[in-house]
Design a protein. Structure first.
Ligand SMILES: NC(=O)c1ccc[n+]([C@@H]2O[C@H](COP(=O)([O-])OP(=O)(O)OC[C@H]3O[C@@H](n4cnc5c(N)ncnc54)[C@H](OP(=O)(O)O)[C@@H]3O)[C@@H](O)[C@H]2O)c1
Length: 325
């Protein structure tokens, strides 16, 4: 289903020097692959060991030396509910530093095109569903990830301020929950979907016949395959130039119970799935309104079933080489 317009409004030169911050992560890795597919040959990336984006001097030196013309900010300290809730000070501080350093350095060398990635957690806890972009800053945040959300909201403001003050064509995209090759399957730090994949897989291997999933199973969540997100990011860079944030989602959601059963099928776990009702459910529904993106002509390509199959295959191929944190 190829629906993207053939002539982009703001085409990127295929020989542009593109810096993908966080290029080894779930999102950055997918964007890197997508840019390769599109014929970009001048890509630069640096691991956090090579360039700690919290180090302001190092970031300025990197930008002054490399002089990228396009910047994609997919670097962040990221984690699931447990990690966010356990390390709120670090989630706030690291993410603010990463963004401020990168955007200030990008401004210092006149980077004209930049894409900042936020997250659906920036929206108020009780935002009307599906969540429209206009609901930003209209209510209180979910307390388990408010530090992360505030950092991301500051990033959105930095993009808007840079547009206003320097006339940059910088944009901010707000992805829904993502999954795919390169995800974090860490037992404590992962998001819900890779966490469930790993637990069902381990139960299958060790012959455990019951796996419990947090809460009642009734909350509904939306999941987008990460290569679709990468296509959307590239599409937005070439077709969207506005200070307004834009949601990137699948457009449909699924209950945690149904998701668990789907994952069990993909993984081949045949035991029972019980609900641990002592654990919180979180918000009953979280679905992004994607009409703004749809109106531009973009649609996802990969169904949840297909995306899960690919992700589980990747997990099996990398099982002994997964992230350690
Ligand atoms: N995953 C999701 O479901 C989801 C949903 C919505 C939005 N997003 C957004 O997408 C972006 C990327 O998330 P992700 O899921 O791809 O996370 P990820 O897989 O954990 O990747 C994050 C990347 O950031 C880099 N990084 C972290 N701290 C750094 C530092 N101090 N200096 C330099 N690099 C640093 C890491 O580099 P190294 O590997 O070299 O350490 C890593 O490659 C984030 O802004 C996130 O909010 C993600």
């Amino acid at each position: 289903m190829m629906t993207e317009p053939h002539s982009p409004a703001f085409p990127l030169e295929r020989n542009s020097l593109v810096y993908v911050a966080g290029h080894r992560g779930l999102v950055g890795g997918a964007i890197w692959r997508e840019l390769h597919r599109k014929g970009f040959t001048n890509l630069i990336g640096a691991t956090s060991a090579e360039l700690d984006l919290r180090n302001r001097d190092a970031v300025f030196t990197f930008f002054a030396t490399q002089r990228p013309t396009v910047v994609i900010d997919a670097a962040a300290r990221v984690g699931g509910i447990l990690a966010n809730n356990s390390y709120p000070a670090e989630f706030l501080s690291d993410n603010l530093q990463i963004q401020v350093n990168m955007m200030d350095a990008a401004n210092s060398v006149d980077v004209d095109r930049l894409l900042f990635l936020g997250s659906s957690c920036i929206y108020p806890k009780f935002a009307t569903q599906p969540i429209r972009e206009e609901s930003l800053l209209t209510g209180a945040l979910e307390s388990t990830n408010d530090s992360y959300a505030i950092a991301k909201i500051a990033g959105i403001m930095h993009v808007q301020a840079s547009r206003r003050q320097y006339g940059r064509r910088w944009i901010s995209a707000m992805p829904t929950n993502l999954y795919g090759p390169g995800d974090n399957f860490h037992p404590q730090n992962s998001h819900v979907l890779p966490g469930i994949i790993r637990r069902f897989h381990e139960a299958k291997l060790s012959g455990i016949n019951d796996v419990s999933v947090w809460g009642t199973g009734t909350p509904r969540r939306e999941f987008l395959y990460v290569d679709d997100l990468a296509r959307a990011c590239f599409f937005l860079l070439e077709n969207y130039d506005s200070p307004e944030i834009i949601n990137v989602g699948f457009g449909d959601d699924i209950s945690i119970r149904d998701l668990s059963e789907l994952v069990a099928g993909v993984v081949g776990y045949s035991g029972t799935i019980s609900q641990d009702r002592s654990k919180p459910d979180g918000t009953p529904r979280k679905l992004l309104d994607v009409s703004r993106l749809k109106a531009l002509g973009w649609r996802p390509h990969v169904s949840l079933e297909d995306g899960l199959e690919i992700t589980y295959r990747w997990f099996l191929e990398h099982e002994h080489n997964l992230r350690s944190k």
